[in-house]
Write a protein that binds this ligand. Structure first.
Ligand code: NAD
Ligand code: ZN
Length: 350
């Protein structure tokens, strides 16, 4: 598969681990660090060690979003200091979106910036988090509130890593892939629809990375076309936060986005001319892949309140990216409280 060229760095798909070993050797780095969490340390690190040998220092953090905080960054910065990391050091971020976001942030600020590369190990981090140069951490539970736009030196995609991923983590990344098809590539959506998505193939991951990469190259700071990536996310983010606050076993990001895409497809059918048959198809595909989420009528107000806090709003209005057809989008569609609540009702009645 082709290497994809991003802003100023390559995204490798074939022989990625050999490419990484070559990259490290060519870079003549003074120190090489690998950042993992406990799961990627167990499942993914051994494959890297086979190629890189022991010429690196390991930094491991606890798995999960709870680690994506400034406190953990301080721990990592202190470890870098203890190991004598200078500006000629390299940080290899081996993990899901938590590790790539936090590792990118740590590297982009340590000594005003050292080189870093991503080796994303979850589907979500391969098709989304590792592409686009956003780094960051959460503060006081507010997601990604502190961070930088800094590009990695390279990204290395390793299809094998998806084999150990729990099925719910696969579904989480899959929602973004389905979104990529829905917003700008009907053929890709049609392919996804009939593919075995238990572990999506490297070819499918490659197509999603192409789409995300194209969008972020054209619009690095979210002034226009990057808003297409927000499809499903206005309602999806509210559902995700609501579930985090209320459910013991809360929804993953992708599971919430799947709910959001169904609701926003309904809105698109009402407001931007998405044909009835497209709405029916999107609803059928997503409800087959994702378990139903119970949205009681009495939580509509809470969800609407969460949507009002969405950072994509301006002028006090809630603006959604909607579809006009499968594969075509329209941005900045102002939606009223009644419309948003009716879309939740559509979902709840399925
Ligand atoms: P994650 O990094 O927490 O990984 C999910 C779980 O899978 C963790 O428990 C992890 O240890 C485990 N895991 C990782 N790789 C594994 C493997 N190969 N085998 C078995 N288990 C493995 O979460 P995520 O879903 O990858 O990413 C979510 C994060 O990404 C969020 O913090 C989100 O804000 C961020 N994100 C960032 C961007 C961006 O543009 N920067 C885009 C989307 C999401
Ligand atoms: Zn998303």
């Amino acid at each position: 598969m082709d290497t994809i060229q991003s802003d100023n760095y390559p995204i490798y798909f074939d022989n990625s681990i050999a490419e990484l070993a070559g990259f490290v050797a060519r870079g003549k780095y003074t120190n090489v660090f690998i950042l993992t969490d406990e799961n990627t340390g167990q499942h993914c690190l051994p494959l890297l060690q086979e190629r890189l040998g022991d010429n690196f220092d390991l930094i491991e953090v606890n798995a999960g979003e709870e680690s994506k905080t400034i406190d953990f960054c301080i721990g990592i910065w202190k470890t870098l200091i203890d190991f004598g990391a200078d500006r000629g050091s390299l940080l290899i971020n081996l993990g899901g979106g938590v590790i790539t976001d936090m590792g990118g942030f740590v590297a982009s600020t340590y000594k005003r910036g050292i080189d870093f590369v991503h080796v994303p190990t979850t589907l979500l981090s391969q098709v989304d988090a590792s592409v686009g140069g956003k780094t960051g951490v959460d503060v006081d539970g507010i997601k990604n509130i502190v961070g930088t736009f800094t590009q990695p030196k390279a990204v290395f995609m390793v299809a094998d890593f998806l084999q150990t991923l729990p099925p719910r983590q696969v579904l989480s990344g899959l929602a973004e892939m389905l979104k990529h098809g829905l917003i700008c590539d009907a053929d890709y959506w049609n392919t996804l629809k009939v593919s075995d998505l238990t572990v999506p193939s490297a070819e499918l991951v490659h197509r999603s990375v192409q789409i995300k990469n194209q969008v972020v190259i054209e619009d690095p700071t979210e002034k226009g076309i990057r808003k297409s990536l927000n499809f499903g996310h206005t309602i999806g983010h509210a559902v995700e936060t609501y579930s985090l606050l209320n459910d013991a076993d809360h929804l993953s990001h992708g599971e919430a986005i799947a709910v959001g895409m169904i609701c926003e497809a309904w809105l698109a059918n009402q407001k931007t001319g998405l044909p009835d048959e497209d709405l029916a198809e999107i609803t059928a595909v997503l409800t087959t892949l994702y378990p139903p989420y119970k949205i009681a009528a009495d939580c509509h107000k809470d969800l609407y309140a969460l949507m009002q806090k969405d950072k994509k709003n301006y002028g006090g209005k809630i603006n959604c990216t909607l579809l006009t057809h499968i594969g075509q989008y329209s941005v900045d569609n102002n939606c009223t409280e009644d419309e948003l609540c009716d879309s939740l009702k559509y979902y709840a009645a399925l």
